[in-house]
Design a protein around this ligand. Structure first.
Ligand SMILES: Cc1ncc(C[n+]2csc(CCOP(=O)(O)OP(=O)(O)O)c2C)c(N)n1
Length: 353
């Protein structure tokens, strides 16, 4: 098989393999303490980011997401080197090393973060969609969030506004079935989140989030609706292979459960389809894997070689002014400053979120 369909399959595979290898490496580097702080991996969910992004118009559409954002950022075309450098906290990172894993950002790629507060990106995205409508750009905004976030009040408020103002928003709930250690079934009044759309008079759709072509088709339909002023809620049923974050012993689920989902792996599902449709080429796949591994290795080398942000930049890129003890004449130099202002007493301990 040749032509556009085959090219699409290979592009989708390329995207998913890059995310998978990037996340595997991120996990390793975290283990080696090269990366610290909050870090949430996307392994298992690759088909959602890859399928959705493939349906977007990168010149006009916008993407927002939560803290599990590496996969969305990579598929949006952000530079893997800058993403890895951000995870390392280096000055060459996407947020100059100050945002970390949860706050990747690249306005040039229409990727507006990365948000550490569960569900907070949903109303922000609705505001972006409002701006798109106001400016008549013809673009839509896609916002990703989890099965835990869907129970936040902000989600419900945003859907209501999106409907009454006819905003071009696609709300994508990535139901990876666990909100930290809580099963989605234990905390939800409905077992099909797409039904929640009916409360706000918008269209809802449940899609197999392990099947990249099904996601892409649902995304295409949803984006057409959104551009016509009809917001849509998609539930992409998926699964996360790794712990919630890097400090999760995963006592709440069995190994068998994880293995069962790995047998429905999104990359394998696509490869099976490619084989069925005579689009498969073993050598080409091996080359694609090799290339992705090289991109990831290059990203790590770049992050390793990059400098840390200088201490004096600590109070740059923030809304508040420099605190009094850092100001000229205060008798305190950057290297010796003992915070006594707004950061006094801030916890430096590790947390499990
Ligand atoms: C407002 C808020 N409450 C609680 C937390 C702590 N927290 C971080 S992740 C998380 C679970 C969210 O699960 P889900 O929305 O399903 O997303 P997933 O991690 O599965 O991608 C919680 C409760 C937070 N960051 N923000």
């Amino acid at each position: 098989m040749k032509g556009a369909k085959s090219e699409l399959y290979w592009n989708l595979r390329k995207d998913m393999v890059l995310i998978r290898l990037f996340e595997e490496k991120t996990g390793q580097m975290y283990g080696l303490r090269k990366i610290g702080g909050f870090c949430h991996l996307y392994n298992g969910q690759e088909a959602v980011a890859a399928g959705f992004t493939s349906a977007l118009d990168s010149t006009k559409d916008y993407i927002l997401t939560g803290y599990r954002d590496h996969g969305h950022a990579l598929s949006a075309g952000m530079d893997p080197k800058a993403i890895m450098a951000e995870l390392y906290g280096k000055v060459t990172g996407t947020s100059r090393g100050k945002g970390g894993s949860m706050h990747l950002f690249d306005a040039s790629r229409h990727f507006l973060g990365g948000n550490g507060i569960v569900g907070a990106q949903i109303p922000v995205a609705t505001g972006v969609a409002f701006a798109q409508k106001y400016r008549k750009t013809g673009g839509a905004t896609v916002v990703y969030f989890g099965d835990g976030a869907i129970h936040q009040g902000a989600f419900h408020e945003a859907l209501n506004l999106a409907k009454i103002w006819k905003l071009p928003t696609v709300f994508v709930c990535e139901n990876n079935q666990w909100g930290m250690g809580t099963s989605w079934k234990r905390v939800s009044a409905v077992e099909d989140f797409s039904l929640m759309a009916s409360a706000y008079g918008i269209r809802g759709e449940l899609v197999d989030g392990m099947d990249v072509m099904a996601v892409r088709d649902a995304a295409t339909r949803a984006l057409a609706d959104a551009r016509a002023g009809r917001p849509v809620l998609i539930e992409a049923r998926t699964y996360r292979y790794k712990g919630h974050s890097m400090s999760d012993p995963q006592k709440y689920r069995s190994r068998d459960e994880v293995e069962e989902y790995k047998r429905q792996d999104p990359i394998l599902i696509l490869e099976e389809l490619m084989k069925k449709e005579a689009a498969w080429d073993e050598a080409k796949a091996a080359k694609q894997d090799e290339d992705a591994a090289a991109v990831v290795a290059e990203a790590v080398a770049f992050a390793e070689a990059s400098p840390e942000p200088a201490l004096h930049t600590l109070y740059e890129d923030i809304y508040a002014g420099e605190p009094f003890f850092m100001q000229p004449g205060a008798g305190v130099t950057a290297g010796s400053a003992t915070p006594s202002g707004p950061v006094a007493g801030a916890s430096t301990g590790t947390r499990s979120s």
